[in-house]
Design a protein around this ligand. Structure first.
Ligand SMILES: Cc1cc2nc3c(=O)[nH]c(=O)nc-3n(C[C@H](O)[C@H](O)[C@H](O)COP(=O)(O)OP(=O)(O)OC[C@H]3O[C@@H](n4cnc5c(N)ncnc54)[C@H](O)[C@@H]3O)c2cc1C
Length: 406
C-alpha cells in the first residue's frame, strides 16, 4: 500500500495544477491517480489541438461574467489566482504564450503537446508520483485520512484527497459516496437545430447579429458572431446562449424560439435605409440588390424568398406591406429550435458537486474533512475562450495551496 500526504484523483488540468502547487508549497508526498492510460488527454484535444489555456480578460468583475455557473464563487477564487497569475505561471515554467485578437491565450507554438510537456515535466521534477491505469473505484473515510481502492486491487492511503475527475461520472459517484449532493449533469456549449430550412443555402455564412433565445418564457440575449449551419445555428454567440440556457433547454427538451436581428439595427433605422434605397434604386431588382453592405448576398436572397418576394420585383414596385415584412424579417425573424445540434469545438458539463457544500477559501468539502475538489467535477462551467481551463488552474491552485498548509 502506498501512503501519502495527498492523493489526487484524475490527471487532468486541475489535478496537475493541484499536485504541482501542493508539492511546491511543501507537501512531502503527492500522488496522482489517473484512470486512463494517459494523463492530460483533454488538454491534448483542446482548442483544436492548440489548447486555449486561458484568456486575457484580466478584470475579475468581467471575467466572472463568462461563467453561467459559479460566477459568485469564482470572485473570491480569482482574487487569489486569476488569468494574470495563470499566464505568469506558465511563462515562468518555460511555456511561451501568445494572446490572439479576441483575447484567447494559446501556447506560441500552437501545440497542446507543449502544455502537456510543461505540466508533466514540472510535476515530475517536483516529485509528484503519477500512476496511470489507476481508476479509483472506492474511497473510505478513516479517522486520520482516507483509504482508496484503485483498479487492479491497488490500495492507497492519504491524509487528504483532491477529486479532479472532470465530467467523468465516476468522480460524481465518489463524491456522492462521501456525502455530497450532485446537481444533475447536462451538456453545455452546443449548436442549435431548427426545423426551418429556408436558410439551407446559406450554410457556412457567418455574420454579427443580435440573438434572443426564449425557452420556457425565459429570455436569453446576446450579440456576436453567428454561423448558419446546414441544420441551424452555431458560432460564438449561439454557444454562449446555449451555456447560459443549458439547464432551461435541457428541461424543455431543447425546444425554444430563436429571434435574430440580422443587422443589429432598430426598426426605424432599417425602414429608413429601405426607403432611401428604394428612392435611389427604383429600377433595380430587389432580390439582387440590397441596401445593407454587411449582410451577405445569399442571406438577403434567402430571407426574401422565405417571404415569397417575387424574384423579378423591382424596388419601385415594392409595396408598403412587403416593406413591412422585410423590416420584420431582418430584425425579428423567428426560428423554432427543435433540438440540440452537435457540440462546438469545445464542450463541457453543466452540473456536478453542489457548490453550497464547498468552502471556497480552500476548496475543501464542508461535509467531509480532508476531502477537496477542483475543476469540472464541480457545478462550475464557463463559455468558450479559455475560461474552462482557467477555472481548473484556479481551483487546482487554491486547493493545492490550502492542503499544503493544513
Ligand atoms: C473537445 C474539447 C475541447 C476543449 N477545448 C477547451 C479549450 O480550448 N479551452 C478551455 O478552457 N476548455 C476547453 N475544453 C474544456 C476543458 O477541456 C475542461 O473543462 C477541462 O479539461 C476540465 O479539466 P479537469 O481537470 O476538471 O478534468 P479532465 O481534464 O477531464 O480530467 C479528469 C481526469 O480524471 C480522470 N478520471 C476520471 N475518473 C477517474 C477515477 N475514478 N479515477 C482516476 N481517474 C479518473 C479522467 O480520465 C481524466 O483524465 C474542451 C473540452 C473538450 C471536450
Amino acid at each position: 500500500m502506498i501512503v501519502s500526504d495527498l492523493v489526487i484523483i484524475g490527471g487532468g488540468a486541475s489535478g496537475f495544477m493541484g499536485a504541482i502547487t501542493a508539492i511546491n508549497k511543501g507537501l512531502d508526498s503527492v500522488v496522482v491517480l489517473e484512470g486512463s492510460s494517459k494523463v492530460l488527454e483533454k488538454v491534448r484535444i483542446s482548442g483544436g489541438g492548440r489548447c486555449n489555456l486561458t484568456n486575457s480578460c484580466w478584470d475579475i468583475s468581467n471575467l466572472v461574467k463568462n461563467y453561467p455557473r459559479g460566477e459568485k464563487q469564482l470572485i473570491g477564487l480569482f482574487n487569489r489566482f486569476s488569468t494574470v497569475e495563470a499566464f505568469d505561471w506558465f511563462q515562468k515554467k518555460g511555456l511561451i504564450l501568445k494572446i490572439e485578437k479576441d483575447g484567447r491565450v494559446f501556447p506560441r507554438s500552437d501545440s497542446s503537446e507543449d502544455v502537456i510537456k510543461c505540466l508533466t515535466a514540472v510535476a515530475k521534477s517536483s516529485g509528484v508520483k503519477i500512476f496511470t491505469n489507476s481508476h479509483v473505484k472506492k474511497i473510505e473515510k478513516k479517522i486520520n485520512g482516507f483509504n482508496l481502492l484503485a483498479k487492479g486491487n491497488n490500495y492507497f492511503k492519504a491524509k487528504n484527497i483532491l477529486i479532479c475527475t472532470g465530467s467523468h461520472p465516476s468522480g460524481r459517484r465518489l463524491a456522492k459516496s462521501l456525502g455530497h449532493s450532485i446537481i444533475h449533469p447536462v451538456p453545455s456549449l452546443f449548436s442549435l437545430s431548427t426545423t426551418e430550412n429556408s436558410l439551407k443555402s446559406c450554410s457556412g455564412v457567418t455574420l454579427n447579429a443580435h440573438v434572443e433565445l426564449t425557452v420556457n418564457k425565459k429570455k436569453f440575449a446576446e450579440t456576436g458572431s453567428i454561423l448558419i449551419t446546414h441544420k441551424g445555428f452555431s458560432g460564438p454567440v449561439v454557444l454562449r446562449l446555449s451555456a447560459f440556457s443549458a439547464r432551461n433547454l435541457y428541461l424543455n427538451k431543447y425546444q425554444g424560439e430563436l429571434r435574430i436581428n440580422w443587422l443589429c439595427m432598430s426598426e426605424n433605422e432599417v425602414r429608413n435605409k429601405l426607403d432611401l434605397y428604394k428612392l435611389e434604386n427604383g429600377k433595380k431588382v430587389v432580390i439582387n440588390n440590397k441596401p445593407f453592405q454587411d449582410l451577405p448576398r445569399g442571406l438577403w436572397r434567402a430571407l426574401l424568398l422565405s417571404l415569397n418576394i417575387d424574384s423579378k420585383l423591382k424596388w419601385a414596385d415594392l409595396s408598403k406591406s412587403q416593406k413591412y415584412l422585410i423590416v420584420k424579417c431582418l430584425i425579428t425573424k423567428k426560428y423554432l429550435i427543435n433540438s440540440r445540434g452537435p457540440y462546438g469545438e469545445e464542450f463541457v458539463t453543466a452540473g456536478g458537486v453542489s457548490l453550497d457544500e464547498i468552502n471556497f477559501k480552500t476548496m475543501e468539502s464542508k461535509i467531509c474533512k480532508g476531502l477537496f475538489f477542483a475543476g469540472e467535477v464541480l457545478n462550475i462551467d464557463g463559455i468558450t475562450g479559455g475560461f474552462n481551463f482557467q477555472h481548473c488552474w484556479t481551483s487546482g491552485w487554491v486547493a493545492g495551496n490550502a492542503i499544503s498548509v493544513k
